[in-house]
Design a protein around this ligand. Structure first.
Ligand SMILES: *Cc1c(COP(=O)(O)O)cnc(C)c1O
Length: 483
């Protein structure tokens, strides 16, 4: 048997997936047309394969990883919801997809109108009158928001340089704080998993530029003391930053801008319909209060007195440009299509169903796993595998075992304040049957941990690869065809 059948290599010398017409020119003539420095000395090292083989290769690869198209993906904080395909179709419309970023404004008025309307919708959802669509990731939005905070204090001539961050914060928060040259002051969540005003009051002083909060926080719990916290922070001259990466529990119900937050970023690629994961393009829009609008990135889409949209570059207080052109436009088209399809009532229903699904699932699994905060949750909840750990089965093992059932793992070991954490976010797009099936699988794994723990600790058994060294895979990533 040809060994090639058994191995990865598909290339066969001389095989082609295309035919080109004769060009009718002598080789010398062609060569003369190519400047010497651009001429290739050796053949390019490309695989030589037939068209169907190429197709099969990529389709096969595309199914080796877990993906939302193949199964449940309860990766907490990431909102791996189903993204309606027609929003992708909208983003792929020729007028949008083939638009060159240097096209003069007069020729892209429709796209500017779309951006403008999206800014209004996001403003309506969040309660912030100022909006920039430029940042291209959640972390980028945080960086932008903190630059705005710094510009605000700098203009007042205040040398504030610290930001308060809760112990449950997403890792990007302290990283962004460091990126703008500030330092973090950590405060602890209380026994109910949320921040108490006292904890803020204790550290709030004239060095503090502001506080970064996530609401609902990463435990999936609603921070119910925001108004009081805002009072404390504002009284001492600080600002409130809301990490709005995940708005899936808030939309149509809770507007951060109404309660005292000054700045917020959105992850359009989580809540608003752009598929993500695997490092795809993101969109981290930033909303601010009227007072902070002048600091938003350059240029800012504005409407002049006669109602005409234009990109305003004349903004002396702006923190400047944070990305080339206008960010990731296709994400904006998807977000626009998403909001327009659902409408106000539909958007609210998204949040209601996200919360309902999370609470339903929490009730289904809490008998088999420890639930450190046994209260009503928002769009996600955190359970602990500490009971299973006593039996020699770690949370990482449980997550690997889930792969055998065609389910993606929850977020593991985060937030850091829950030992053996599993952060579960079912999202609003899953059916009741899927949630119930997941609970049955979780129950079986809990049982296996008691009766046959090695089945769990040696998982996964049925995936294309078993346990990889994820650190090496990430650090020495090699996607080249040729060695
Ligand atoms: C995902 C997330 C972020 C970061 O977003 P990126 O687009 O990955 O940079 C920040 N905060 C929270 C709470 C998140 O869930």
């Amino acid at each position: 048997m040809d060994e090639r059948i058994l191995i990865y290599e598909k290339s066969v010398s001389g095989r082609k997936g295309y035919t080109l017409p004769e060009c009718g020119k002598a080789e010398g003539e062609i060569l003369a047309a190519i400047p010497e420095r651009f001429r290739r000395e050796n053949d390019a090292a490309l695989p030589e394969v037939s068209e169907p083989e190429v197709m099969r290769h990529f389709v096969r690869l595309s199914t080796k990883n877990h993906h939302i198209e193949s199964g449940f993906y309860p990766l907490g904080s990431c909102t791996m919801k189903y993204n309606p395909k027609h929003n992708d179709v909208a983003a792929g419309l020729k007028g949008f997809a083939s638009m060159h970023p240097m096209t003069p404004e007069a020729c892209v008025e429709g796209s500017m109108q779309l951006m403008w309307e999206l800014m209004q919708y996001l403003g309506e959802i969040s309660g912030f009158p100022g909006m920039s669509l430029q940042p291209v990731a959640g972390a980028h939005g945080e960086f932008c928001g903190l630059l705005i905070m710094r510009a605000y204090h700098d203009e007042k001539g205040e040398g504030r340089n610290k930001i308060i961050i809760p112990d449950s914060a997403h890792g990007t928060n302290p990283a962004s704080v460091t990126s703008v040259g500030y330092t973090t002051v950590q405060i602890n969540s209380n026994e109910n998993g949320i921040i108490s005003p006292d904890a803020v009051a204790e550290v709030m002083d004239n060095d503090i530029a502001g506080i970064m909060l996530t609401n609902p926080n990463t435990l999936g719990l609603f921070e119910s003391n925001i108004a009081e916290i805002a009072q404390i922070v504002h009284d001492k001259g600080g600002l409130l930053y809301m990490d709005g990466a995940n708005l899936n529990a808030n939309m149509g119900i809770f507007r951060p801008g109404d309660i005292g937050f000054d700045i917020m970023h959105f992850n359009l690629h989580k809540t608003f319909s752009t598929p993500h994961g695997g490092g795809g393009p993101g969109a981290g829009a930033v909303g601010v209060t009227e007072e902070l609008k002048k600091y938003l990135p350059l240029p800012l889409l504005e409407k002049n007195k006669s109602g005409k949209l234009f990109f305003d570059y004349d903004r002396p207080h702006s923190v400047g440009r944070l990305h080339s052109f206008n960010g990731n436009f296709a994400n904006m088209v998807r977000a626009y299509a998403y909001v327009r399809t659902l409408g106000g009532d539909g958007i609210r229903e998204v949040s209601e169903n996200a919360v309902l699904n999370a609470n339903y699932l929490k009730e289904l699994v809490k008998g088999d796993y420890e639930l450190p905060y046994d209260v009503h949750c928002m769009h996600e909840f955190v359970i602990s595998g500490s009971r299973q750990k006593k039996l020699g089965v770690r949370t990482a093992d449980i997550s690997k075992r889930l792969l055998d059932f065609g389910v993606h793992a929850p977020t593991n070991y985060f937030p850091l304040i829950v030992p053996e954490a599993m952060m579960i976010e079912p999202t609003e797009t899953e059916t009741r049957e899927t949630l119930e099936q997941f609970a049955v699988i979780m129950k079986q794994i809990a049982k296996e941990a008691e009766t046959e723990p090695e089945t769990v600790t040696s998982a996964p058994h049925d995936t294309p690869v078993r346990r990889l060294d994820e650190t090496i895979a990430a650090r020495t990533l090699d996607v080249n065809y040729v060695e």
